[in-house]
Design a protein around this ligand. Structure first.
Ligand SMILES: [Zn+2]
Length: 469
């Protein structure tokens, strides 16, 4: 399935998400005919529930999602069941700006999974492969917590099965955050306690666009700061972000170098080539996800789309991950419903079952591209930024605005990963804190190293070492 075709199909059947919920259903909504488009953007969760497709499972009114303590207890039970593989850590706390450190009663908990085999691989010199799965950015999208817990339990339960899932368990370290917005989960509100949309508050743009000032930041949003610190510490190779309220998977970018409502200088095709060097991989992986969900569901279309082509979002976590850390993030909209129960088994399990295999297969694609280590001649890891430029195109100079460059940031051991599609690439490493690379025409600076690599057709990684003086 090509992403272009998927987009066309999506657009033919449904306009952007907020207005699309009703149209998608084929069910007449009383409010729809009279509502102006501007009003539709503001539609509430109640409206979404009222207009779900006849084929969807409608939650029992008044039955709430599991209380947050039950989600947290389930995480601790998994860690207790697999003490050699998993542990629960506190990334930070939810809360409001009045409690800048967060509210201790609202921990943002992560289940960190790393098997003894995965630890041994890293100990013997393999480049770490870390992936992240996060649910419930929006507190009224509670099903993400159950889906994340299910994936965690499935992966942990794969030990000794010889399955592909065990292969994932034995090659990657996973950080699973069922509830990123604990206040919103409990209150059944989209926003955090400070009234912040946790998927609109991350810093952007990232500097390669000209003339656009950064908008909105996560300062004062403790949930966002907790996620940001974790991302900066772990250097994830991939992140999967679980939402609900629609039914699709979206890939970078959620914005394309404009302010909200602004017009772009570039077409989407230009942005794909200039601003998403791994677009072809994102498209293929997301299309595979959609196909898997469709086959598990047995009906319906689960389109793979580009975030911006869906509707404009500034300050999303996915864009921040890719723009600031070089980590591709996939946004999965699990189900058209928000604010719905996971307590009733027939409601929760249908969505969980539909996404389980698709998520496992998507997570298993993490690490496509280049991996390596930046070190001194003495073998000491050097914290660096490693950029990849296509060799075939040569150095493109400095067009305005400067294109996005695929990159990875090393961890403290100098290890890095960059998601790249097939092709010949030049990797240039620049030690953090130096000015080795300040323009596209400077390939090797005073504290830089460069090496040419070829990424194979299957997207398997090329392993490179970059030496800095
Ligand atoms: Zn959401």
């Amino acid at each position: 399935m090509k992403i272009v075709g998927a987009q066309a199909a999506w657009q033919a059947t449904a306009p952007p998400r907020q207005a699309g919920a009703a149209r998608q259903t084929g069910v007449a909504c009383p409010a729809k005919a009279a509502a102006a488009a501007a009003f539709l953007v503001l539609l509430s969760a109640a409206f979404l529930v009222a207009c779900v497709p006849a084929a969807s499972i409608v939650p029992e009114p008044g039955v709430a999602a599991r209380p947050l303590p039950e989600i947290q207890a389930a995480m601790r039970e998994l860690a207790a069941e697999y003490p050699d593989h998993a542990r629960v850590v506190t990334l930070g706390y939810g809360g409001s700006a009045a409690k800048p450190g967060g509210d201790p009663s609202l921990p943002v908990l992560a289940l960190e999974i790393e098997s003894p085999a995965a630890k041994a691989r890293v100990a013997s010199g393999a480049i770490p492969l870390r992936v992240q799965l996060v649910g419930v950015f929006h507190g009224d999208e509670q099903i993400g917590a159950e889906v994340a817990l299910d994936v965690a339990a499935t992966i942990l339960g794969s030990a000794g099965t010889g399955s592909a899932t065990e292969g994932l368990l034995d090659s990657a370290a996973l950080t699973i955050v069922p509830v990123a917005n604990p206040f919103g989960y409990e209150a059944n509100t989209r926003v955090t306690e400070s009234g912040t949309d946790l998927n609109r508050c991350f810093p952007w743009p990232f500097g390669w666009e000209s003339g656009i000032a950064p908008e909105r930041t996560y300062l004062g949003v403790p949930e966002a700061l907790a996620l940001a610190k974790d991302g900066e510490d772990k250097r994830y190779a991939m992140s999967v972000l679980l939402h609900s309220g629609s039914y699709c998977i979206a890939i970078p970018w959620d914005y394309i170098g404009t302010t909200e409502g602004g017009s772009s200088t570039y077409s989407l095709d230009e942005y794909r080539s200039r601003y998403a060097p791994a677009h072809s991989l994102f498209a293929a992986n997301s299309a595979a996800y959609g196909s898997r969900v469709e086959s598990e569901a047995g009906s319906g279309s689960f389109p793979a789309i580009e975030g911006y082509d869906w509707y404009y979002v500034g300050g999303s976590y996915a864009d921040w991950l890719y723009g600031a850390l070089g980590c591709p993030g996939y946004t999965v909209e699990l189900d058209p419903l928000k604010s719905w129960t996971s307590r009733r088994e027939d409601v929760g399990t249908a969505v969980i079952r539909r996404h389980r295999q698709a998520l496992l297969e998507l997570l298993a694609t993490a690490g496509q591209g280049a991996q390596g280590r930046v070190s001194s001649a003495a073998g000491i890891g050097i914290p660096s930024r490693v950029e990849a430029r296509p060799l075939a195109a040569g150095d493109r100079g400095l067009p305005a605005p400067l294109p996005y460059v695929a990159f990875g940031l090393t961890d403290t051991s100098g290890a890095f990963r960059i998601t790249l599609p097939q092709g010949s690439w030049r990797l240039v490493a620049t030690a953090i804190g130096t000015l080795g690379l300040d323009s596209a025409t400077t390939t090797v600076g005073p504290a830089s190293g460069a090496v040419d690599i070829v990424v194979d057709a299957d997207g398997s990684s090329a392993i490179v070492s970059l030496l800095l003086p």
